[in-house]
Structure formats: C-alpha cells, structure tokens
Design a binder for this molecule. Structure first.
Ligand code: CUA
Length: 124
C-alpha cells in the first residue's frame, strides 16, 4: 500500500527532533499505544518494547543514517526505515508472546546483528 501521508525529518537531527526525542511506548486514548523507535547502524533504540495484545499498536520509525528494514518476525508488521522519512503503520497483535524484530535491508557489516525485541502482553 502506498503511504497515506509523507512525513519528512532531517536524519542529522533525529535525536533532537521533538518527534523522536522521547522514544519507547506511549499510551493512546483508545487503549492502544504508539511505539517510537529509531533505527541506526546497527541497532534499534529502544531495543525492547512492551505492547498490549489485541489493541492497536502504531509504530513510528525513522533512521539516523542509512536505509534499514523493520520486520516483526511471524507477524504482518514490516516496513522500510528510510533516512529523511517517518514510517508509520498500525497493527494489532492478537497473541501474547515475544517477537523478534529484525532488519531485512542490508545496511552494512553489522546488518545481521541488528535486532530488537517486541513483547506482546496479555490484556490486564
Ligand atoms: Cu539495518 Cu540491515
């Protein structure tokens, strides 16, 4: 699907940009959450996030350097993380558990080590 809106960002100032200064998980009014993460050689910041099962989870991602991937293995969560742009998508994880997030775009010598953990927690 084509992106519904194009949101740009200066990759050189990602960490001082108000949209990405505070990274991690934030609760939304609808019971879902927004996850804000930065991809960079060769890590995601933060490298572990906890989200609720069965609620909408909106990911907001950008890169501080080169093109990275963002694939939540075993789910439909998958996007490119491109410097200069904010990638955003919303999905729901019905099944609690631990999921591996991997980079699926070759980004350099440490590409194969670039990963993070998504923990989907059962509703309270
Ligand atoms: Cu980041 Cu491959």
């Amino acid at each position: 699907l084509p992106p519904s809106n194009i949101e740009t960002i200066d990759p050189k100032t990602v960490f001082s940009d108000p949209r990405f200064q505070e990274r991690g998980v934030k609760a939304n009014a609808n019971g879902g959450v927004t996850v804000t993460m930065v991809g960079m050689m060769f890590a995601y910041l933060p490298n572990e996030v906890h989200v609720p099962a069965g609620k909408p989870v909106t990911f907001r991602l950008t890169s501080a350097d080169v093109i990275h991937g963002f694939e939540i293995v075993g789910t439909n969560g998958n996007t490119m993380v491109v410097p200069g742009y904010v990638s955003q998508f919303t999905t729901t994880f019905p099944t609690p558990g631990e999921y591996l997030i991997v980079c699926n775009e070759y980004c350099g010598l440490g590409h194969h080590t670039m990963s993070a953990k998504l923990v989907v927690e059962a509703a309270q």
